[in-house]
Design a protein around this ligand. Structure first.
Ligand code: PBG
Length: 337
């Protein structure tokens, strides 16, 4: 029996929040949000060759893999119940040029990866990005003419690349390059090519963020990038502008929306979900992953608990799912629970 004081009783009256928190079973009963394996999209990095799995130093636990190994990884992910993968290529430097022309090669690394995965593991979703940064010699997401990332020419190219990606078997096209008009152009190009059932997950609000560093190491664009991406990504200071940008993507036909990075932009997740009610995803990006891993490696935080708490925060903020490099770790954790 707890010691009651007159003072607290007078203040709380009959209202005591702690009743529902008093035992594990009450807490489970009143839990509002849950993370499940169905919430996970696993981004993976692919390299040319066969039989290679190489670690990415700034992303401990994340590897670059050749296509054969990516297929094995896809099988493992499917067995764990992970619904979808997002694939990113790290192609040979010789293949990168000013316009990212390799993005228009039917049998480029990204399309070979998709075809191989869909053949071996047809029941896992494959989500491909059409941004040009893995293919350009300057690391920008679009075509560089003089000092400018040209919008309309880039849009035409990414729309064509999207059709090749869909031809290879991609289930969802996820354009991350933030050019104006890209969603509508990709939708038209896909439909004209008979890909009505291929969806578009718009990287609707992609912020000009410092959290992408380890990713740029993973696909070897960090050293290439000239300048920054401020002329096409959104200023981290701007929330209303982000909603407006997403509005255009919805009008142009986006099936799903994404917010990127994730945790520093939970307000945007919430605003988009409230405004549109579309399936909304957060990308817990490489820098977010690296921070958790680094602090955990130092013994400063409990890495597994922080991982789970951050992912649950996305659910609470209204997200339907999360792109996360933790996907396999989380799926394993949830499976043994
Ligand atoms: C670029 C792209 C980026 C990421 C995926 N595609 C950002 C960038 O390099 O500017 C970041 C993913 C991550 O950090 O995990 N189209």
């Amino acid at each position: 029996m707890e010691n009651k004081t007159h003072l607290v009783d007078e203040i709380t009256g009959h209202r005591r929040m702690r009743r529902n928190r008093k035992a594990d079973w009450t807490r489970r009963l009143v839990q509002e949000n849950r993370l499940t394996v169905d919430d996970l999209i696993w981004p993976i990095f692919v390299i040319p060759g066969t039989g290679i799995v190489e670690p990415i130093p700034a992303m401990p636990g994340v590897n670059r893999m050749t296509v054969d190994k990516a297929v094995e990884a896809a099988k493992e992910a499917a067995d764990l119940g992970i619904p979808a993968l997002a694939t990113f290529p790290n192609i040979e430097m010789e293949l990168r040029d000013e316009t990212g022309s390799n993005s228009l090669e039917k049998n480029n690394l990204i399309n070979l990866t998709t075809a191989a995965i869909k053949k071996a593991v047809p029941n896992i979703g494959v989500i491909t990005d059409v941004a040009l940064d893995p293919f350009t010699s300057h690391g920008h997401d679009g075509i560089l003419r003089g000092n400018e990332i040209v919008n309309d020419e880039t849009v035409e190219q990414v729309a064509r690349a999207a059709v090749y990606q869909a031809d290879a078997g991609a289930d969802i096209i996820a354009p991350s390059e933030m050019m104006d008009g890209r969603i509508g152009a990709i939708r038209q190009a896909l439909d004209a090519a008979g890909h009505q059932s291929v969806g578009i997950m718009s990287y609707a609000t992609k912020f000009s963020s410092a959290f992408y560093g380890p990713y740029r190491e993973a696909i070897s664009t960090g050293g290439l990038l000239k300048g920054d991406k401020k002329t096409y990504y959104i200023d981290p200071a701007n929330g209303t502008e982000a909603v407006r940008d997403a509005t255009l993507d919805v009008e142009e036909g986006a099936d799903m929306l994404m917010v990127k990075p994730g945790l520093p932009y939970l307000d945007i997740c919430w605003r988009l979900k409230e405004a549109f009610g579309l399936p909304t995803f957060a990308y817990q990006v490489s820098g977010e992953y690296a921070m958790i891993k680094a602090a955990a490696a130092n013994g400063w935080i409990d890495g597994e608990k922080v991982m789970l708490e951050t992912l649950l925060a996305f659910k609470r903020a209204g997200c339907d799912g999360i792109l996360t490099y933790f996907a396999v770790d989380v799926a394993r954790h949830l499976a043994k629970k």
